[in-house]
Ligand binder design. Structure first.
Ligand SMILES: NC(=O)c1ccc[n+]([C@@H]2O[C@H](COP(=O)([O-])OP(=O)(O)OC[C@H]3O[C@@H](n4cnc5c(N)ncnc54)[C@H](OP(=O)(O)O)[C@@H]3O)[C@@H](O)[C@H]2O)c1
Length: 285
């Protein structure tokens, strides 16, 4: 059996591992939620690794409140930087391979074609900076890592854009949605599948990879597609970011180039609208 630790065990992405784990009968999963394992606490991370042997650690734990991070930066860095470092140190000490999830928000969004792994990072908010520092700690402390940057995660679990739009459509007949932020919606179940495919292949070409669904969209396009698939008729007005003030700035463009993960690890990247159809069907079940 391949023993896999999943941190942040009650979060959106971790829930997607729970959904598909039965497709991987040779994998044994140990999920730890934030109250069972605080990754920012070195002693509790160290104790867990002493108590149980793992082959892989998939770090789904993160401080993900992008706006709140602007005023709560200490905690964002404790979780996203120090937490990543703690896991890297313990994985290194116990010969555990580490898969860590990072974000498109490490980029400033001024490019107009897809970001590759070699592009310069320049986060424009605390969340993005804390995630970038987490990547750097892992690279510094543990060679056997896959850092996977992803974007715009959604699924039938947790709080995400798809679920928010569906909920709002039940009470509103008019919505304003941002049109000048361009990225790629990513079905979190596709990401979970891609990660477990990596574990199954057990490759040795470690490093930094980009993974999202294929294609591009604005939040406006994403909302339109959600309502089309849901067969909901609703007025949607496209608005600019400047007319929807948030505590944190977001990159205007954060499409990720997936060539490396497709070529080096042979991981498929489904088209975002095909995956949205699957997610909506699942959400209706
Ligand atoms: N969601 C997106 O659009 C998106 C986009 C790009 C990248 N990502 C990255 O993808 C990964 C998964 O995101 P997600 O959408 O699954 O986020 P999520 O639903 O917010 O899940 C994160 C989980 O981490 C837990 N957590 C927070 N602090 C922790 C700590 N100190 N120790 C252990 N667990 C802790 C949270 O628990 P509590 O709720 O109890 O605090 C939560 O269950 C993250 O690394 C995120 O940065 C997400």
């Amino acid at each position: 059996m391949v023993s896999i630790l999943v941190t942040g065990g009650d979060g959106q992405l971790a829930m997607c591992f729970r959904d598909i784990e039965s497709n991987f009968p040779n994998f044994e999963f140990t999920y730890k939620n934030s109250s069972e394992l605080d990754i920012s606490n070195f002693e509790s991370v160290s104790k867990l690794f002493k108590d149980k042997a793992f082959d892989w650690c998939i770090n789904c734990a993160a401080y993900t409140h992008v706006d709140k991070a602007e005023v709560d930066s200490e905690r964002a860095f404790e979780v996203n930087q120090i937490g990543a470092k703690n896991l890297a140190l313990m994985c290194k000490a116990n010969s555990v391979k580490l898969i860590h999830i990072s974000t498109d928000f490490v980029f400033n969004g001024t490019k107009s074609f897809a970001y590759s792994e070699t592009d310069d990072t320049d986060p424009i908010g605390v969340y993005g900076l804390s995630k970038l520092k987490g990547e750097q700690e892992i690279i510094k402390y543990h060679d056997a890592h896959f850092i996977i940057r992803t974007s715009w995660l959604y699924s039938e679990h947790g709080n995400n854009f798809m679920k928010t739009m569906i909920k709002l459509s039940k009470t509103k007949n008019h919505l304003k949605v941002i049109v000048d932020q361009i990225g790629t919606p990513t079905y979190a179940t596709d990401l979970a599948q891609a990660i477990l495919d990596i574990v199954k292949k057990n490759p040795i070409n470690y490093g930094l990879y980009h993974y999202s669904n294929e294609g591009v969209a604005s939040w406006y396009d994403f909302a339109k597609a959600i309502f089309k698939e849901k067969q909901v008729i609703l007025n949607i007005t496209p608005i600019k970011s400047i007319d929807y003030q948030t505590a944190a700035d977001r990159p205007h463009f954060s499409v990720l180039d997936k060539t490396k993960i497709r070529t080096n690890l042979h991981i498929e990247t489904p088209y975002w609208r095909d995956s949205l159809i699957k997610a909506i069907r699942k959400n209706n079940e």
